[in-house]
Design a protein around this ligand. Structure first.
Ligand SMILES: *[C@@H]1O[C@H](CO)[C@@H](O)[C@H](O)[C@H]1NC(C)=O
Ligand SMILES: *[C@@H]1O[C@H](CO)[C@@H](O)[C@H](O)[C@H]1NC(C)=O
Ligand SMILES: *[C@@H]1O[C@H](CO)[C@@H](O)[C@H](O)[C@H]1NC(C)=O
Ligand SMILES: *[C@@H]1O[C@H](CO)[C@@H](O)[C@H](O)[C@H]1NC(C)=O
Ligand SMILES: *[C@@H]1O[C@H](CO)[C@@H](O)[C@H](O)[C@H]1NC(C)=O
Ligand SMILES: *[C@@H]1O[C@H](CO)[C@@H](O)[C@H](O)[C@H]1NC(C)=O
Ligand SMILES: *[C@@H]1O[C@H](CO)[C@@H](O)[C@H](O)[C@H]1NC(C)=O
Ligand SMILES: *[C@@H]1O[C@H](CO)[C@@H](O)[C@H](O)[C@H]1NC(C)=O
Length: 434
C-alpha cells in the first residue's frame, strides 16, 4: 500500500502531466482535422475535374435558366433528363455546326446514367434533333440528312447514257445518247416531241444554228444534219474515224474533234472537209470557240491548244500534266475553264496561258461544264454530282446530287435554269432561281 502510495504522484504533478497530455491529444486532433480538410479539398478538386463539362459551342457565358419540370439547367441550356437509356439507333448526337439543325427545336438531353447532381458526366451531349423542313424544291438526302435540290422534272426515255444536250431557239431541249437516238423535248411540260433516228453508234455531240438545223456527231464516224420540223436527216458528212466533239465556228464552218487526234474543219453546205488541224497527240475530247473566233481544243494528250482555224496553225498550247482535258467553257471575260480527270477545275488566262484559279470540290473526273446565265459555273462529274460555283467568291453555292451515275452533259437554259444528262439515262431539269 505504502509502496503504491509512494508511487502515486502528488496532486500538483498529476495535474501538470494531465494538462500536457490533453494538449498533445488536442494538437494531434487538430493536425488530423487539418489533414482531413486538406484530403477533402484534394478529393474535391479531383472529383470536380472528373466532371466532363461538355463543349459549349452555343454560348460563351453561363446564365441561370429556369428550366421546366424534367429539365435541368446546364451551361445555360435546359437539358431533358431521360429516365430510360438512349437508343443510339434512333437518337442522334448533335452536330451543332450543322446548318440544317434548328437549335430552337432541338431538345438537348443527358442519359440518366450520365446524369449526376446537375451535371452531365458524358462528354457528348445527346440531342433529339428535329431537322428543318426542306423547301418545296428540295428533298432530304437519306445519307447526309441534308436538304438537297430536287429536279423540277426528269425526262426518262433513253435506254443508255445521255451524252449531249442542246436547246433549240424555240426552247425545246435536244438530247443525244449512247442508245444512238436523238430526242426533242418540250421542257415546259416534259413531253417528248420528236425522235431523230439514223445514227448507228453513240451520239456524242450536238450543236446547231437555226439556219442549219440540228447537227449531231457520232462514234459511227458521221456528222448528220437534221431537219427537226420534218423529223428527218437532211445531210450527212462522213469521216474516217469516230467523232468525239463538235463546235460551230463564227464563220459558219463546223469543227469536229475525233478519235484519230485530228480536228477537221467542214463546209456544212457542200459537206466537204476544208482542212485538218494536226497537233494533238491524243483523242480530241472537247472544243470551244473564243470571242475572236479562235478554236480551243482539249485532248487526252493533256494539252489545251488554241488554233487559228483560217490558217490551220497552232497559236498557243497549255499543258496540264497527267490530265485528260474532258471539258472546256469560255467565260464572259474571256477566261477559259477546263475540267479534267484529276477532279480539278482550272480557270486559265488564255492569252498568257497562265493558270488563274483552281476550283476543288469534285471527287472524280470533271466531265462537263456550263456557264449559267447569272455568271455562275456549273460542273458535272463522274462523282455523280453537279456543283454550282459562284465565280466571284469561287465557292460552291449548290450541290445537285439527284443523279445516280456520272454527269455527262450540262446545259444552261435560256431561262437561267440548267439541264443535266447522266449515264443513269435520265435528263433532269433544275430550278436554280429559288
Ligand atoms: C422560376 O420559376 C418559378 C416558378 O414558375 C418562379 O417562381 C421563379 O421566380 C422563377 N425564377 C426565375 C429566376 O425566373
Ligand atoms: C424526339 O422528338 C420527337 C418529336 O418531337 C418525339 O416524338 C420523340 O419522343 C423524342 N424522343 C426523345 C427520346 O425525346
Ligand atoms: C429515303 O427515305 C424515304 C422515306 O423514308 C424513302 O421513301 C426513300 O426510298 C429513301 N431513299 C433512299 C435512297 O434510301
Ligand atoms: C410546250 O408545252 C407547253 C405546255 O403544254 C406549251 O404551252 C408550249 O407552247 C410548248 N412549247 C413548244 C415549243 O411547243
Ligand atoms: C465546198 O466549198 C468549199 C468552200 O467553202 C470549196 O472550196 C470546195 O471546193 C467545195 N467543194 C465542193 C465539192 O463543192
Ligand atoms: C483530213 O483527214 C482525213 C482523215 O485522215 C482525210 O480523209 C481528209 O481528206 C483530210 N482533209 C483534208 C482537207 O485534208
Ligand atoms: C484572274 O483573272 C481575273 C480576271 O481576269 C483577274 O482580275 C485576277 O487578277 C486574275 N488572278 C490571277 C491570280 O491571275
Ligand atoms: C457540296 O460540295 C462541297 C464541295 O464538294 C462540299 O464541301 C459540301 O459538303 C457539299 N455539300 C453537300 C450538301 O453535299
Amino acid at each position: 500500500m505504502a509502496k503504491k502510495s509512494n508511487q502515486v504522484p502528488d496532486e500538483e504533478t498529476y495535474q501538470l502531466n494531465r494538462s500536457s497530455k490533453v494538449k498533445v491529444i488536442l494538437f494531434v486532433i487538430l493536425v488530423i482535422f487539418i489533414l482531413l480538410i486538406a484530403l477533402f479539398y484534394v478529393l474535391w478538386i479531383l472529383y470536380s475535374s472528373k466532371r466532363l463539362i461538355p463543349e459549349k459551342p452555343w454560348h460563351t457565358e453561363f446564365k441561370e435558366l429556369n428550366c421546366s419540370q424534367n429539365y435541368f439547367d446546364h451551361s445555360s441550356r435546359c437539358f431533358k433528363l431521360l429516365q430510360e437509356n438512349i437508343n443510339s439507333d434512333t437518337d442522334k448526337i448533335c452536330n451543332f455546326n450543322d446548318p440544317d439543325l434548328d437549335s430552337s427545336i432541338c431538345d438537348f438531353y443527358c442519359k440518366s446514367s450520365d446524369f449526376d447532381n446537375g451535371y452531365c458526366l458524358s462528354n457528348q451531349n445527346h440531342c433529339n434533333c428535329t431537322l428543318n423542313e426542306c423547301f418545296d424544291t428540295q428533298f432530304r438526302d437519306n445519307q447526309t440528312n441534308k436538304c438537297t435540290e430536287k429536279a423540277l422534272f426528269t425526262l426518262q426515255k433513253h435506254e443508255s447514257s445521255v451524252l449531249s444536250l442542246l436547246q433549240l431557239p424555240n426552247g425545246d431541249l435536244v438530247s443525244s445518247s449512247a442508245d444512238f437516238m436523238i430526242y426533242v423535248w418540250n421542257i415546259t411540260d416534259g413531253t417528248l416531241k420528236k425522235q431523230l433516228q439514223g445514227h448507228e453508234y453513240e451520239v456524242v455531240a450536238l450543236t446547231g444554228l437555226s439556219s442549219y438545223g440540228l447537227i449531231s456527231g457520232s462514234r459511227d464516224r458521221t456528222i448528220r444534219i437534221w431537219d427537226v420540223e420534218q423529223e428527218i436527216q437532211a445531210k450527212q458528212l462522213v469521216y474516217t474515224d469516230e467523232i468525239l466533239c463538235l463546235a460551230l465556228l463564227k464563220n459558219g464552218e463546223l469543227a469536229s474533234g475525233s478519235l484519230d487526234f485530228m480536228i477537221t474543219i467542214w463546209n456544212i453546205h457542200n459537206g466537204t472537209s476544208i482542212r485538218n488541224l494536226t497537233g494533238h497527240r491524243g483523242m480530241v475530247l472537247t472544243l470551244v470557240v473564243l470571242d475572236n473566233g479562235d478554236l480551243v481544243s482539249g485532248s487526252s494528250d493533256t494539252q489545251i491548244i488554241i488554233w487559228d482555224t483560217e490558217k490551220g496553225t497552232i497559236k498557243s498550247k497549255i499543258e496540264v500534266e497527267y490530265n485528260w482535258i474532258l471539258s472546256l467553257v469560255v467565260l464572259n471575260d474571256g477566261r477559259v475553264v477546263s475540267g479534267s480527270s484529276d477532279q480539278v477545275i482550272r480557270i486559265w488566262n488564255i492569252e498568257t496561258g497562265e493558270l488563274n484559279k483552281t476550283l476543288i470540290g469534285h471527287e472524280h473526273s470533271v466531265r462537263t461544264l456550263a456557264l449559267l446565265k447569272n455568271g455562275n459555273l456549273a460542273s458535272g462529274s463522274q462523282d455523280f454530282k453537279i456543283l454550282i460555283w459562284n465565280l466571284e467568291t469561287y465557292q460552291v453555292v449548290k450541290n445537285l446530287t439527284d443523279h445516280k451515275d456520272t454527269i455527262t452533259s450540262l446545259l444552261a437554259l435560256q431561262n437561267g435554269n440548267i439541264a443535266s444528262g447522266s449515264a443513269d439515262t435520265s435528263i433532269k431539269l433544275w430550278n436554280l432561281n429559288l
